[in-house]
Design a protein around this ligand. Structure first.
Ligand code: SF4
Length: 438
């Protein structure tokens, strides 16, 4: 007898579950069996997602009745987000500043932290970087000169609700006001996390956006943002992407998201299977600090990269959080290892109450200077200021031009050494002081 046949799937003895299935089943029984099978398969998939040891200890302590399958279910994470002062106090030892700030908050940009992301934070130390980015403090209510609710002037360029058309060939499509976590320095703090507020996101507004896009053949590039588009369910997101793809002149769709970092469990195999139908699709992933580089994030980014989605990063430069060359280098190396190209390093936008987060512009240049040439070029992001008032991104870079000497352009390299480049037709460097050359 063929031994392989004996080991084959059809010849194995029925499992305990299969034995318990009644031979004659009613309609409702069939439905129950189907639901159980779906739930079992979801549970099995959830169990295949990694849980790092620190996070496991956290959820056993604070969510003792939660199974690993629930913990790894992104919808459970969304439902269980830390949203109130009482929930914050259950988990964190709050400083008086944090407690007071959380108690006085109302309106948009509420507190919102996935239990997973909370598990990466220090529960005692209010100065810990990730915690500072998500738990408000009193400085958030201090408006400094030059700070605005809408510093990038997006409302001014909004053509239909949720659609910002500033540049000739591309648009920003604000799909939802929901995020999985709310960053205290958010550029769109005026509109996120406030369902009954001034800004409304719904399919009726999406339809108006589709009509606008169809009527504007010059638009070839759509950036989906919000809020976070990956908080939208698979079917609805599939509809949105499919609808955009049906507009012939749209060549390129990008998604800006923080979900793979703060809610990595959202990157399910079903999600990536759906996303890969809509290529070419690119993603910009929001990272802040090396603490975020967990096995869970290794998994979420691997799934997206394996689906053929080119991944770039965006990081906001934040005072006392990541404004240090060694911290930034570690972050950039870590995301590069996860097949995400470090793309933008942003100077923090002057939203109201952002003074405690904003560094000088010099600090960003200093960090880029510490990276450029000192590590892999791929690991060096472009440092930009998104110009207030809607001026767009302006690159800020260290100046490596020393001056000119006759036909030679004098350049300083990353080690501070000066080199000559023969450039007889050039003018670059003529305006430099002659004694600037070493
Ligand atoms: S995830 Fe993005 S949109 Fe949401 S709060 Fe953070 S920065 Fe703002």
């Amino acid at each position: 007898m063929n031994l392989q046949l004996l080991r084959g799937r059809d010849l194995r003895p029925p499992s305990r579950r299969e034995q318990s299935v009644p031979t004659a089943v009613s309609e409702s029984n069939i439905q129950n069996i189907a639901t159980t099978a779906i739930e079992a398969s979801a549970r099995k998939k959830a169990l295949r997602f990694p849980v790092n040891p620190g996070t496991r200890a956290f959820y056993r302590r604070f969510y003792p009745d939660t199974t690993t399958a629930e913990w790894n279910d992104w919808r459970w994470q969304m439902r269980a987000r830390i949203r109130t002062l009482a929930e914050l106090e259950r988990i964190f030892t709050l400083s008086a500043d944090e407690r007071g700030a959380a108690a006085q908050h109302s309106g948009a940009l509420p507190v919102g932290i996935t239990p997973y992301y909370a598990s990466l934070m220090d529960l005692e130390d209010a100065s810990e970087p990730l915690r500072r980015t998500h738990i408000m403090v009193g400085d958030e209510y201090v408006r400094l000169a030059g700070e605005e609710d809408d510093p990038l002037g997006e409302d001014h360029d909004t053509v239909v609700p949720g659609l910002v058309h500033r540049y000739p060939d591309r648009v920003l499509f604000l799909t939802t006001g929901t995020c999985s976590t709310y960053c205290r320095y958010c550029t769109r703090s005026r509109l996120v996390g406030n369902p009954g507020g001034e800004y409304q996101f719904n399919v009726r507004n999406w339809d108006r956006a589709f009509d606008y896009l169809e009527a504007h053949p010059e638009i070839r590039d759509v950036l989906l943002s919000g809020g976070d588009p990956l908080t939208i369910g698979d079917d609805k997101l599939d509809y949105l992407l499919g609808r955009l793809r049906s507009i012939k002149h749209i060549e390129f769709v990008r998604i800006g998201t923080k979900v793979p970092t703060v809610l990595p469990q959202r990157v399910t195999k079903d999600l990536v299977k759906m996303l890969r139908k809509h290529h070419p699709l690119w993603m910009s992933l929001h990272f802040t600090h090396p603490t975020e580089l967990t096995p869970e994030v290794t998994e979420s980014t691997a799934r997206l990269a394996d689906a053929g989605i080119p991944l770039g990063s965006q990081t906001v430069l934040l005072k006392g959080i990541n404004d240090d060359a060694a911290v930034m280098k570690k972050l950039m190396h870590g995301i590069l290892m996860r097949r995400v190209k470090p793309y933008y390093l942003y100077q923090c936008d002057p939203i109201k109450g952002s003074g405690h987060f904003r560094t000088s512009v010099d600090k960003g240049i200093e960090i880029v200077k510490a990276l450029r040439g000192h590590t892999t070029g791929y690991a060096t992001p472009i440092f930009v200021i998104d110009a207030p008032g809607g001026g767009g991104k302006i690159q800020m870079a260290p100046d490596f031009v020393v001056g000119r000497d006759g036909d030679d352009l004098l350049l300083r390299n990353f080690e501070g050494k000066v080199y000559r480049y023969p450039d007889p037709d050039g003018t670059l460097g003529r305006d430099k002081l002659p004694d600037a050359a070493e």
